[in-house]
Ligand binder design. Structure first.
Ligand code: SF4
Length: 422
């Protein structure tokens, strides 16, 4: 079948994003013999025009649209990004009668609400590589979508519970050409690499478990290294590992670093670390194979707030992690998430002072926590009357601890940040 896949995301937070998930789906569909084209709207100046020409050129029989970010997670002046994505769905609907299939991380958090709010016909909740091909097959044969895991049908609801792919290697990482769809110079970009899916840490506010599950599913280090080598041949030598926690499990992280060392890949890369039980040998191995920066979302330095967020680490673990990184020449990007359960103005001060003591190269402070469905925070917010029992949370809602004055926290953070340009 002729398949057009559109990445509707137009937002670049911190850095340029690339539609890795959509490229994985395109790769899987291509292997089944479908003719697949990707349209990445991220830098498109003329969105209606580019959609119209993509549809005119391919005359697609099915159109997939990925929905990434629902909003920007900022409590003040929130940008509700889904509106622009939904406008893309409507444009496509006007130009083509082909079935529209939604997917992507944002869609997977709100599969029912988004399908109902849009003019799409079908939605795929969770990973698309396997089930999208079956959807294509059924559509080609005019069959129903009955029994397909994670598939939602307009007016028919969820047809069967989603099933996560157990062994990601069954679906190879995409050909780099599928990733570099928008005009760019590969050497100027940080290229996303995903080696694992799922996170078992269950932080109280986080939507990852809902999207990727709570069991870590890994690609073989060999397949990852082969893919990085392909990217290098394409001119890319700066990567970021999108894995939620690069150091978990530690044995896998070490195996990956060893495989990268054996392949003598000369790349620079960033990753995200969970600041718990990180040891010198792993950090040393990471630095040796090009790790130049690590992000650490420790979010708070107050033990009670950490516990409420269901963080398994304590502030001493964060301090140890940061000094390990410093010793090994890896820059730190740290994140604070202020205003959660049990937060007080004193605990905010404590976190800001602690962040200073780490001497990070970069720091980001967020005030107010976006409430996602299916999380412990959503449950608590419901009990406290912060959100209505039937709120589907598609429209952004934020949590600020009862009794905490959000404006006071913002003022404190503004004074703090004004003196710290990093
Ligand atoms: S460690 Fe990160 S990805 Fe995992 S649950 Fe916590 S915030 Fe989410």
């Amino acid at each position: 079948m002729r398949v057009l896949l559109i990445s509707a995301n137009r937002t670049e937070v911190n850095m340029r994003t690339m539609p890795l998930g959509l490229a994985c789906v395109a790769q899987a569909a291509g292997r089944e013999g479908h003719e697949v084209k990707i349209l990445d709207l991220v830098q498109e100046k003329d969105v209606p025009g580019s959609i119209a020409s993509a549809i005119a050129d391919l005359d697609p029989e099915v159109i997939g649209i990925s929905i990434r970010n629902i909003d920007d997670q900022e409590m003040r002046n929130t940008r509700f990004l889904f509106e622009a994505d939904n406008a893309v769905v409507s444009m496509v609907r006007k130009l083509s009668k082909a079935p529209i299939v939604l997917g992507g991380a944002g869609y997977s958090i709100y599969p029912r609400a988004i399908l109902a709010a849009s003019e799409a016909d079908i939605g795929i909740e969770g990973e698309g590589e396997a089930v999208f091909n079956v959807v294509l097959e059924r559509l080609r044969n005019n069959e129903t979508l009955e029994g397909l895991p994670g598939v939602h049908v307009k007016g028919g609801g969820l047809v069967a519970e989603k099933v996560l792919i157990r062994a990601p290697d069954a679906f190879p990482l995409p050909d780099p050409d599928l990733l570099f769809t928008a005009p760019c110079d590969a050497g100027d970009l940080w290229i996303p690499v995903q080696t694992r899916r799922g996170c078992p840490m269950r932080c109280s506010y986080c939507s990852t478990g809902l999207i990727e599950g709570t069991i870590i599913r890994k690609r073989s280090p060999k397949s990852v290294v082969e893919w990085i080598a392909k990217l290098k041949r394409r001119g890319a030598d700066r990567l970021y590992f999108t894995d939620n926690t690069f150091n978990l499990p530690p044995s896998y992280a070490m195996a990956l670093c060893r495989a990268m060392a054996c392949a003598s890949l000369k790349v620079r890369w960033r990753c995200i670390l969970y600041p718990y039980r990180l040891d010198e040998s792993l950090v040393g191995a990471m630095a040796e194979v090009g790790c130049s920066e690590a992000s650490i979302g420790f979010e708070s330095a107050n033990e009670r707030v950490l516990k409420e967020m269901n963080k398994r680490f304590r502030r001493k673990d964060v301090a140890e992690t940061c000094s390990l990184l410093k010793r090994n020449g890896i820059r730190q990007m740290v994140f604070l998430l202020l205003g959660g359960p049990c937060e007080t103005i004193e605990s905010v001060r404590e976190s800001l002072a602690f962040a200073d003591s780490l001497e990070p190269e970069f720091m980001r402070v967020t005030i107010g926590i976006r409430i996602y469905p299916g999380t412990a925070l959503a449950e608590q917010a419901r009990k406290e009357g912060v959100i209505a029992p039937d709120d589907d949370l598609l429209l952004p809602r934020f949590y600020i601890a009862p009794g905490l004055d959000g404006d006071e926290v913002r003022e404190l953070a503004a004074i703090y940040m004004a003196k710290r340009p990093h």
